[in-house]
Ligand binder design. Structure first.
Ligand code: NI
Length: 130
């Protein structure tokens, strides 16, 4: 008897980005979908202008799933399309914006506030899982 195949099998569930985006519609609200060590994978919908801010203690990664995100820096900007990613180094001031709605995945250490030290109405609640 083959012990590898004989036991009842457990169901392992993959995480589907499209399914996660069906669970919320609000803009600028980060939703945690997974963790890896001390890092969180968060999805969000963005449209319009974010605020200038920086993250003193961590880099920030943007992985674009749908749409095109613009990130302005004090000395230039980058356009990130679906299927592309960009890492903003820690301590660098940046301002994301999107003319049309963007769906993206962020990978950051647990506890990072999206507006840095600036606060304000665009600040997303932490540790909201979907
Ligand atoms: Ni940021």
């Amino acid at each position: 008897m083959n012990s590898i195949n004989s036991s009842a099998s457990k169901t392992y569930q993959s995480i589907n980005f499209s399914d996660k985006f069906k669970l919320f519609s609000e803009l600028w609200s980060q939703k945690v979908i997974a963790e890896m060590n001390d890092y969180q994978f968060k999805v969000a919908r963005l449209q319009g202008d974010f605020i200038w801010h920086e993250h003193a203690d961590t880099d920030e990664s943007f992985i674009i799933l749908e749409g095109e995100l613009r990130i302005d820096f004090r000395d230039g900007h980058v356009l990130i399309s679906a299927g592309e990613m960009y890492v903003v180094p820690k301590g660098v001031e940046h301002k994301p914006s999107a003319a049309d709605e963007v769906k993206l995945l962020l990978i950051e250490p647990r506890g990072v506030v999206n507006t840095g030290a600036e606060g304000g109405e665009r600040t997303s609640e932490l540790d909201v899982w979907i």
